[in-house]
Design a protein around this ligand. Structure first.
Ligand code: TTP
Ligand code: MG
Length: 400
């Protein structure tokens, strides 16, 4: 039974900016850090993508590729608001909703078929209602499992609507010609390694001797990849799941003025958030920095990682970079800081390099060791040298 729908909004941040500022329509538009900062591109409109601009590209490079681009700084609160409007449409049809990020969700409509008809017709209605009620264009995929539904929604982006009917043959017809990078678990590095081994398309993977592959990438990875390559995915829609973010923030007893003191807080928060991610077997695809000033004005900055992580170092590095490069402190006192992990995914689903480099593996092993020690001796047992310096007094407000 095809009962999974995957929905991914087109050029999401850019689309919201265009809705709010119609003069941007049809223009190459980049939402992200300004080109004169060391920021990155969050979203490029399709017109800007034609110049080769894409998400996560340094803004300076994007500006060189597309000098005519119009720029907007991200407004996360507004995108979150639009995202809630979209989810409200989904909720009319099912309560089995897994929101993966602000613009992406899986719906299991298996229990809604009696009431609303086929998954295909529910998918159509959702696509139409999202557009008529929020002004946003969604690409929609309908299939028998999550992996195939996601492949389907991506197949004719933008404004796509693709149904993969149940059955191996239908899945094979769609999957075989696609690049192996479509398979979950194949990141940039693994993709490159597979290319070196001559494996480019999903059909190439299926033509291999499974044992040969297992010897190269391990039995577990090989069998996972081969299942996906055949369109098999037993993962269920995890309700609510990933709409959750995981964060830590503090309102300080006294406003902070020194960058150094602020960075110490960010390090401590990043470390705590990373630890909690690991204990919940989650990784985060992005991180948000929240800053509230003494005058109560507040801002947030967000960025996405190339690969989901549950380590404190990338979280801290991202938060610190955003604070340094994308926040105008101008001598103002900081009343509150927060670090929030966003775009959470289950660690086992995270796009992980199957050939992850030694350095990364070392860090992962160290993190596991830290968690073990903390489990035994409490949170303060292992801490970074820098945190042993005096931290600011605070009123302690964990955030969820
Ligand atoms: P995506 O769905 O990957 O991208 P998109 O919606 O902009 O484009 P598409 O039409 O291909 O779906 O991500 C959703 C939003 O998440 C995107 O609008 C901005 C944010 N984002 C980042 O901030 N940085 C990133 O590297 C990526 C991939 C996304
Ligand atoms: Mg999208």
């Amino acid at each position: 039974m095809s009962s999974i729908i995957h929905i991914d909004l087109d050029q999401f941040y850019a689309a919201v900016e265009i809705l709010d500022f119609p003069e941007l329509k049809g223009k190459p538009l980049i939402v992200g850090g300004r080109p004169d900062s060391r920021g990155v591109v969050c979203t490029a409109s399709y017109e800007a993508r034609a110049f080769g601009v894409h998400s996560a590209m340094p803004s300076s490079q994007a500006a060189r590729l597309c000098p005519s681009a119009l720029w907007r700084v991200p407004r996360m609160d507004r995108y979150a608001e639009k995202s809630r409007e979209v989810v409200a449409v989904f909720e009319r049809y099912t309560d089995q909703i897994q929101t993966v990020s602000l613009d992406e969700a899986y719906l299991d409509v298996g229990g809604s078929l009696k009431l609303f008809g086929s998954a295909e017709s529910i998918g159509r209605r959702i696509k139409n209602e999202v557009f008529s009620e929020t002004g946003l264009v969604a690409s929609v995929g309908v299939a028998e499992n999550k992996f195939l539904a996601k492949v389907a929604s991506d197949l004719r982006k933008p404004n796509g609507f693709v149904v993969i009917p149940p059955g191996r043959d239908h899945a094979a017809a769609i999957l075989n010609p696609l690049p192996v990078s479509r398979l979950w678990g194949v990141g940039t590095k693994t993709g490159e390694r597979l290319t070196e081994l001559g494996i480019v398309k999903i059909s190439d993977l299926l033509a291999l001797d499974p044992e040969w592959l297992a010897r190269r990438i391990g039995l577990e990875s090989a069998s996972r990849l081969l299942s996906l390559a055949q369109g098999i995915d037993v993962g269920e829609v995890e309700v609510g799941g990933m709409s959750k973010t995981l964060g830590r923030e503090n309102t300080f007893a006294k406003d902070l003025f020194a960058l150094d003191a602020m960075e110490r807080e960010l390090l401590a928060f990043s470390d705590e958030v990373a630890s909690r991610l690991r204990s919940e077997h989650l990784k985060c695809g992005g991180v948000t920095l929240k800053v509230k000033f003494g005058d109560f004005t507040r801002i947030s900055r967000a960025l996405m990682f190339e690969e989901p992580t549950d380590l404190s170092e990338p979280l801290y590095h991202a938060a610190r970079t955003m604070l340094r490069d994308r926040v105008q402190l101008s001598g103002r006192g900081v009343r509150l800081l927060g670090v929030t992990a966003t775009h959470l995914v289950r660690a086992e689903n995270a796009e992980k390099s199957l050939f992850s480099d030694e350095d990364h593996q070392k860090k992962e092993r160290a993190a596991v060791a830290i968690d073990r020690l903390r489990g035994k001796f409490g949170d303060s047992a292992v801490t970074f040298g820098r945190l042993l310096e005096k931290r600011s007094e605070n009123t302690g407000t964990p955030s969820e």
